[in-house]
Design a protein around this ligand. Structure first.
Ligand code: UD1
Ligand code: UDP
Length: 374
């Protein structure tokens, strides 16, 4: 009988990073079910459709301005009820969202083994990122199989006293590189209004922000820094694909509406966002996934956070940790844009640390091995 693997996803990055895993598992002799919690709605659908994956079941938990309690309880109950009426040999979760943590808990309550993709990331600070650091720790504790993207992430698990063996811990690389490689190979032309924006010569700065700990003043300060960059650099234009979260959009639209050299838009389809990263002279972002993708694409990214769970991005990747200080962001951005030696020094630090695009097949191998030993 085929072993049944339930892949749970809820938000945009989970969809992008789980998609290659679903594809890899479907090439094997497993029954693969995609369970969407629907923590995100449009942004999740957008990401899944590009990879040709449809959710087999959608719990549709998203609400406008949802609270952490609300999502946690709806995901816990929804996934729990789903697992009560559908068998599963393994539940796979990804990353550090509320979907990840609450789905792992629902599986644990039913004694169904959990495999955690992107296991072992740690910032060491429960408040930053919030609530993701807690979600990672809880999910790792509830798991039986750990797919660490880097050796450093595996080391974090070892140092926390997990009982790890060659059968349950796998260093795989990050599946986002698999997704990105597939997208780059497809080479989709950008859609409007991006195409016209890209055709105008001159540097483009790409800006994304969504982290809960940045809502309010830190994000305002990022917007002010972007204004300073526009003022100091007459050629530059800024592309701002806005996250759907109203707490983020209100601040971004408040700052940039009517600004001639800024294109404010809805979240971009994944291939358009990849084109945008490729066309940019510099990226400003607080996103985890974007730091990993930038390392592969050899694009410099100023990380709008004070602390990180991805130290590799600053060691051999292409990231600089700048926080949310207006002065520091503007200073670093202008330096990167104007100083070719500085740029070269960042871009030649080393190899992309986030993988070779074969993370998903390593995960499929690990799962096959796990079932063989049970
Ligand atoms: C969530 C994750 C965060 C992850 C991010 C990726 C949690 C607590 N947070 O943050 O770890 O990095 O996703 O983007 O799990 N909304 C829509 N349409 C959508 C998506 C969101 O309207 O397609 C709006 C809704 O009003 C929703 C709000 O955004 O209530 C916030 O969504 P939520 O998933 O709670 O938090 P994010 O900030 O997106
Ligand atoms: N992304 C996208 N469209 C956008 C912005 C981002 O497809 O308009 C992709 C990006 O390439 C990356 C992922 O979404 O793969 C990152 O998602 P997000 O920043 O929301 O979450 P995080 O990675 O911080 O958890």
């Amino acid at each position: 009988m085929k072993r049944k693997v339930i892949c749970v996803i809820g938000t945009r990055p989970e969809a992008i990073k789980m998609a290659p895993v679903v594809q890899a598992l479907r090439r094997e002799d497993f029954e693969v079910v995609v369970l969407s919690t629907g923590q995100h709605r449009t942004m999740l659908a957008q990401a899944l459709s590009f990879f040709g994956i449809a959710a087999d079941h959608d719990l549709e938990v998203m609400e406008e301005r949802q609270t952490l309690d609300g999502i946690t309880s709806r995901v816990l109950t929804g996934v729990g009820e789903y697992l009560d009426s559908h068998s599963a040999d393994l539940v796979l979760v990804h990353g550090d969202t509320t979907t990840t943590m609450a789905s792992a808990l629902a599986s644990f309550y039913r004694h169904i083994p959990v495999g955690h993709i992107e296991a072992g990331l740690r910032s060491g600070d429960m408040a930053r990122p919030f609530p993701e650091e807690a979600n990672r720790i809880i999910t790792d504790r509830l798991s039986s199989l750990w797919f660490a993207p880097t050796a450093g992430a595996a080391e974090n698990l070892r140092s926390e006293g997990f009982s790890l063996t060659e059968e349950n811990l796998f260093i795989t690389g990050n599946t986002v590189i698999d997704a990105l490689q597939e997208t780059v190979e497809k080479n989709h032309p950008p859609s409007e209004p991006l195409r016209s924006f890209f055709e105008i010569p001159g540097p483009i700065l790409l800006l994304t922000a969504h982290r809960r700990e940045s809502w309010g003043d830190p994000l305002r300060s990022v917007c002010q820094a972007a204004g300073d960059i526009l003022e100091a650099c007459g050629q530059i234009r800024i592309l701002v694909p806005m996250h759907k979260n109203p707490s983020v959009r209100e601040i971004l639209t408040g700052h940039f509406t009517g600004e001639e050299r800024v294109l404010l838009c809805d979240p971009l389809d994944y291939p358009d966002f990849v084109s945008a990263m490729n066309r940019s002279s510099l990226i400003l972002s607080d996103s985890g996934g974007v730091q990993e993708e930038a390392a592969f694409l050899k694009k410099i990214v100023l990380v709008l956070r004070d602390i990180s769970e991805r130290p590799e991005a600053f060691e051999t990747g292409t990231a600089l940790l700048v926080g949310t200080s207006r002065e520091k962001i503007a200073r670093e951005a202008l330096r990167v844009l104007s100083d070719p030696d500085y740029r070269r020094a960042i871009l030649t630090r080393g190899e992309n640390p986030f993988g070779d695009g074969r993370a998903s097949s390593r995960i499929a191998d690990g799962i096959r091995n796990f079932f063989r030993n049970r």
